[in-house]
Design a protein. Structure first.
Length: 365
């Protein structure tokens, strides 16, 4: 990043701080949860996902091809993503006014998404509190190394990081690994998570018990394996979509990242989270999570109020980073944070940078 670009970015940051200094007041009215709306969206989403799930199971039970089930899972995996957004908002305590109702609905959702409710909510709260801080990018977020950190890795660890940030991983196995493995085992070692670690163990026991009982009960209707086939198909699509959304909402060239000493919460929300410009139907199916800059600024806003907030307060679109679906695929090349240019760069750009650095050092010597 040249001096002019750096100065331009700094000017934008200062404008954001000035023009959005009263953001709390602007967002206050949208933070009020509505029980009727919450229950309506819960019933609608459960009915949508559940009815299509029954159709998938019926197809297998009546010897229709697995490919029909897989094709339908493209829709139902996205519908499961909507179930997860309800769980997500319950974890933020923003979905309904009552804590017990949030926890009840969130826990029910977690048995469908197979993501443990309290453990994930705790890690997600951490992500919101420290989004864009370079020192904690490995907790509740897609791990992002700086060029200096990457250069210091062993060959084995560099290969691991390249695989982890590759399209092959993100768009295939990454989602199901994140959903079914990472969140089911207590990988997070920080003391911050000690209080919820036992919840994972209890949740795992209840989760396995529920799935075994359901498979056994449905075995009287058709082959017990059909239950797991339908579940896997939907979870695979859901996991892939969830991981992709999580990636593009915080990993792109112009993203705001900073060390904790200079980090700013407002900037991390407006410039560290994208506005994913999806078709209206996809905004509905994904619970308006595309309005991610507003969500990160104020996670107390329930998803059913995000679009209204955006329309009535265009100031929040003035400085955000909008991404269309087509543009979002460029984010796959945002592989690491370059401390010198203050932007995300690709592995290819890192290689060129190291080559130029070596040539420069050779000339000096």
């Amino acid at each position: 990043m040249n001096a002019a670009a750096a100065n331009s970015n700094q000017e934008v940051y200062e404008n954001i701080k000035q023009e959005l200094k009263d953001w709390h007041k602007l967002l206050k009215e949208y933070q009020i949860p509505d029980t009727k709306k919450a229950l309506f969206h819960t019933a609608l989403t459960f009915l949508m996902y559940g009815s299509v799930w029954v159709l998938q199971y019926w197809l297998l039970a009546n010897d229709y091809s697995f490919w029909w089930v897989l094709a339908i899972s493209i829709f139902n995996g996205v519908a499961l993503g909507r179930v997860f957004i309800i769980q997500h908002d319950c974890g933020h305590k923003s979905f309904t006014p009552k804590k017990w109702l949030n926890d009840t609905i969130g826990t029910i959702c977690s048995f469908m998404t197979i993501i443990p409710y309290k453990y994930w909510a705790k890690s997600h709260d951490f992500h919101h509190a420290y989004n864009g801080q370079l020192e904690t990018s490995d907790i509740g977020d897609f791990e992002c190394l700086t060029t200096e950190q990457y250069a210091a890795l062993t060959v084995k660890k560099k290969i691991r990081y390249r695989v982890y940030r590759s399209p092959a991983y993100i768009l295939t196995l990454g989602g199901i690994i994140y959903v079914a493995i990472f969140n089911r085992f207590r990988f997070l070692k920080s003391e911050y998570f000690e209080k919820v670690k036992n919840n994972v163990t209890v949740n795992n026991f209840l989760f396995v018990s529920a799935y075994v009982l359901l498979a056994f009960g449905l075995s009287f209707v058709s082959d017990w394996k059909n239950f797991f086939i339908v579940q896997f198909a939907n979870l695979f699509v859901f996991g892939t979509m969830a991981l992709w959304f999580f990636y593009v909402q915080h990993q792109y060239e112009e993203v705001y990242k900073e060390g904790k000493e200079n980090w700013n919460y407002l900037l991390s929300a407006i410039r560290g989270s994208t506005f994913y410009q999806l078709p209206r139907f996809m905004h509905f199916m994904t619970g308006n999570i595309g309005y991610h800059h507003i969500h990160h600024l104020c996670p107390s806003i329930p998803f059913y109020n995000l679009r209204k907030c955006s329309i009535e307060n265009p100031i929040f679109q003035k400085y955000c980073i909008p991404l269309t679906v087509t543009q979002s695929f460029k984010a796959i090349f945002a592989n690491m944070w370059d401390e010198d240019s203050k932007k995300m760069i690709s592995f290819g750009e890192f290689k060129a940078k190291m080559k130029n650095k070596q040539e420069s050092n050779s000339q000096k010597s």
